[in-house]
Design a binder for this molecule. Structure first.
Ligand code: PLP
Length: 450
């Protein structure tokens, strides 16, 4: 690492800190050998390399390391809604390979791609009828913004501080974290940012939900007054921390978009496919003009992402906003279709809601006992626990969060810390009450040992 450079904790835990070193020291020789080999050949970067452990298997709600130790994974990079290595997704991929149709050159289509597009228009909110696919979420974000810019003829955007929408020039520019942009010179012009509503931590000390919503909405209207030529507002409907905005907040943003001819783009790359207890988080609030999907869309096995938008925006026959080699990859589409069918068949959307409620209730009970738990927020199995040094000042308990994370890891529960102090819990949607209890017990043990 360059001297004097500090690693941001916005998106994840510190991969060069003392707790990480101590944890790696506790792993066996074989594992440490491969960690060092990985560090020798990959370019180092915060959040990924050097790594914390080496995996030998990912299955269901669990990941297994080289030593054979199993961890209930509450992170999964968001690809594991139907569980890792889902047998039905694997079977669909193998079937597709055996049919000798693993790729389709551009200008051709294939049946899995058409079936997946049809299915996506059926399960996404009413009025979203047109699909464009691509390999990764960052690219899907690029397509969504390109669509909004092409259709509106405008080039400015409003998005949210602290949000992550992927890598790449435009996706990083609308993202709200300096971690992904600083040191690269000017980013895309006209990318304005506002704060995401936060009912636990708002800078004005406001208490009522209504006042807080109005204060945050004002940030949008101030920009609009000076820049009536905004093409799109881009957001995750529930932030990744997570903060769950009020229905009123998104209804007002929807009204603003309609009044000014602005696209509302919802990034559901994490929240789609049942994560928040509905098929799509938008369903808790309003229907966007573009829904951006990714991660679990590839069944946790292959990369796949895309956008679903309104039929009336199907007017770019003269352009190509998603010119990707793997645009209609039959293998990816077969995986995506199998994933969706599995979620449907197993009732995982309902399970996410029910297990989310159960886990939140158990965590609330812990909050009664441990004052370090400042706030618990979430929807479905998308939960965040905000740890504080003091409930009045809400000072972030960053060291404690990291200590708890490694303690839980040793107990076989893996989660990620974001913003330095928020434990994020996003397990596979297949978990039951037993697994929720494992999470709560490990967390309680770690809290007692602090
Ligand atoms: C909300 C959100 N948007 C976009 C992306 C980018 O997706 P990908 O990594 O597939 O490019 C991510 C990835 O973490 C994400 O969490």
């Amino acid at each position: 690492m360059q001297p004097g450079k500090k690693i941001s904790r916005e998106q994840g835990d510190n991969n060069a800190g003392d707790y990480r070193k101590e944890y790696i020291g506790s792993l066996d020789d074989q594992t440490r050998y491969w960690i060092n080999e990985d560090a020798k050949y990959f370019l180092h970067q915060a959040l990924s390399t050097p790594v914390m452990n080496v995996l030998s298997a990912t299955e269901g709600a669990y990941i297994t390391d080289l030593s054979g130790k199993k961890y209930l994974d509450l992170h999964g990079n968001g690809v594991h809604n139907a569980g890792f290595s889902n047998p039905e997704v694997i079977a669909a991929v193998i079937r597709q390979l055996n049919e000798k149709l693993a790729f389709t050159p551009r200008r051709y289509t294939n049946i899995p791609a058409v079936k997946l597009a049809k299915k996506l228009t059926e399960i996404t909110p009413q009025g979203l009828d047109r699909v464009l696919l691509c390999p990764g979420g960052s690219e899907a974000i690029e397509m969504a913004i390109a669509l909004a810019k092409q259709v509106t003829g405008r080039w400015k955007t409003i998005s949210y501080w602290d949000a992550y929408h992927g890598n790449g020039f435009q996706a990083s520019s609308i993202g709200g974290e300096e971690h992904f942009t600083n040191g690269q010179g000017p980013m895309v012009p006209g990318a304005f940012h506002v704060e995401f509503p936060n009912y636990y931590r708002n800078p004005w000390g406001l208490k009522s939900r209504e006042e807080i919503d109005e204060a945050y909405l004002r940030q949008i209207t101030i920009i609009l007054k000076r820049n009536p030529d905004i093409a799109a507002i881009i957001a995750e409907p529930v932030s990744s921390t997570p903060v769950v905005p009020s229905v009123y907040y998104w209804e007002r943003v929807r009204e603003i978009c309609d009044a000014h001819g602005i696209f509302l783009i919802f990034d559901e790359i994490i929240e789609g496919f049942g994560r928040t207890g509905k098929w799509f988080a938008s369903e808790h609030f309003v229907t966007p003009d573009v829904l951006v999907l990714g991660k679990s869309l590839g069944g946790g096995i292959v990369p796949l992402a895309g956008i679903v938008t309104k039929d009336k925006y199907n007017i770019l026959q003269h352009r190509s906003i998603g010119h990707f080699t793997h645009e209609k990859n039959p293998l990816s589409c077969a995986a995506g279709l199998a994933e969706i069918e599995y979620i449907e068949k197993q009732g995982l959307v309902d399970n996410s809601r029910l297990m989310g409620e159960y886990l939140m209730q158990k965590l609330e009970e812990l909050k009664e006992e441990f004052s370090i738990i400042g706030n618990i927020a979430g929807k479905g199995l998308h939960i965040g626990v905000d740890l504080v040094k003091d409930r009045i000042t809400k000072e972030r308990a960053e060291n404690e969060a990291e200590q708890i994370m490694y303690d839980c890891l040793k107990q076989g529960i893996a989660f990620k810390v974001i913003e330095g102090n928020i434990l994020t819990m996003r397990p596979a949607l297949i978990i039951g009450k037993d697994e929720c209890d494992l999470i709560v017990t490990a967390f309680k043990n770690a809290l007692q040992r602090l």
